[in-house]
Structure formats: C-alpha cells, structure tokens
Design a protein around this ligand. Structure first.
Ligand code: F6R
Length: 242
C-alpha cells in the first residue's frame, strides 16, 4: 500500500484523475469503481473538465458504484445515483447501459444478486474509495468480521450523523443501505483511497501505522489489495503527526 501526501485536496484530486485517465487510455472499456460523498467531488470535477477538453473518452467505459441507501430511488436528490448523475454521468459521454448502480427502491435480494454476478465476471480496473471517520469503506462498517459479497447494512450512528449534513434533518437519513462487500474491493486491479479533513485523521493514522487487517477498521483491507494507494493532503498528514 502506497501512502501519498499532496499539497492540497485539489492536488490529491488531480493526482487521482490522472490515474483514472491513464487506466482509461490503456483500456478504453475499463470498469471504474465509484464512490460518492464529499471526497471524490474534486476527482469527478477534474474528469469532467478533462472530458470537455477532449482529454478523456468515456464512450466504452463502464462504472459500478459502491453503495446506495435503501429506499431512495435515482431521482431522489440524496441518492447516490442522483449524485453520480449530477457530478459525472450527465456531463460525459458514458452510455447509460454501462452504468451499474444499486436501485435503492429495488428488491434488495435482486440488487445483491445482480451486483455479485456482475462483479464475479468483471473485476474493477480502478476503484476510488472515500473513508468514514470510523474507517468504513463503501458502507462496510466496523464489525467482528468482513463480509465478502454485496449486502444490506445497518448504518452506524456515527455514519448517520456524518451523512446528516446532506439532509434537512437527521431523521431523514436512511438507516440501511446496500454496499459492495470486500470481494469487489480486493479483486479491483487498483484501489485509490482519498482522504481530507481532520475527521479522517484517526482512521488514516491507524491504517498507515499497522499492516494488521482488522474488520473493526474496514479500510485495513487495503493492505490485502494488490495495488492500493492512500492519498491525503499535507494538512491531514500533519494532523496525524501531531
Ligand atoms: C460513499 C461511500 C462512503 C464515503 C465515506 C466518506 O459512496 O462509499 O464510504 O466514501 O462515508 O464520505 P465523505 O467523502 O462524504 O466524507
């Protein structure tokens, strides 16, 4: 696992956008694994800017997202499908049939089966991950064991609280979600985790200080990935060292 420190969040985003574009230039039908939330917003902005400048072509690219809230359909403003449309899909030439999202209003069992069958036959070429303050990746929350496949998760109070900033009221935050499990993450050919802000310092500090793979720190699965990078800015790195 490589640990990369950049000057700023913008530099981290640019560094990762270049990694994504390199993968796409070498394999025009690459499968991109995608996260939502604040952390990858800069990456998506850079990819959109570069698409508009003619530097990257998404016409054969496929995507698969990590997770979705149960109960929210793609038209709901807080769903991850809606987020992806706003931040990336509606701005680039990706084909709708190449986009793989969990339907939060679908039957969870069907959604899980669909995702696991797809992932078994299509390893992700490059996956962007954010990280929760508690070390979660996707919505794989701290637990006594890792779960291999796509599964339903009861979100922790910490996660509900952290994500309430996107909703009018904490009571509106869904309590359950569906997330890709560890299989999709460890089989990805390249995994890049971006973190910024003091709230992530504790989890990143634990991640980089030990190679122990611990389900109570879900991001520690990155030590098992064949090619993984953790990208932070110097402000976060300094707060870890204090
Ligand atoms: C979202 C996801 C989550 C977030 C994490 C960090 O698709 O998988 O693991 O990446 O909760 O969220 P932000 O970036 O909003 O701090």
């Amino acid at each position: 696992m490589k640990y990369i420190v950049t000057k700023s969040y913008e530099d981290s985003s640019r560094y990762i956008a270049n990694l994504f574009e390199k993968v796409i230039s070498e394999k025009n039908d690459a499968l991109l694994g995608l996260a939502t939330g604040s952390s990858p917003e800069g990456l998506y902005k850079d990819l959109v800017d570069d698409y508009k400048a003619g530097k990257v072509d998404f016409s054969n690219v496929s995507t698969i997202n990590l997770d979705e809230y149960i109960g929210l359909g793609r038209m709901h403003e807080q769903s991850f499908g809606y987020y992806m449309d706003q931040h990336l899909f509606s701005h680039v030439n990706i084909k709708n049939e190449n986009i793989h999202l969990i339907d939060g209003q679908g039957n969870p069992e069907d959604e899980i089966r669909k995702y696991d069958e797809y992932l078994e036959n299509h390893p992700i070429d490059i996956l962007i991950l954010g990280i929760g303050g508690n070390g979660h990746v996707g919505f794989n929350e701290p637990a006594d064991s890792f779960i291999k496949g796509t599964h339903v998760v009861n979100l922790t109070e910490d996660t509900i609280k952290a994500n309430s900033r996107f909703f009018n009221n904490i009571s509106e935050v869904p309590k359950r979600s569906i997330t890709m499990g560890m299989y999709g993450i460890v089989t990805a050919k390249k995994v890049v985790l971006i973190a910024s802000g003091k709230a992530k310092a504790n989890a990143i500090s634990k991640l980089i200080s030990s190679e122990r793979i611990d389900p109570h720190l879900p991001c520690s699965i990155l030590h098992l990935c064949s090619d993984s990078e953790v990208v932070v800015d110097e402000t976060l790195d300094e707060s870890i060292r204090q």
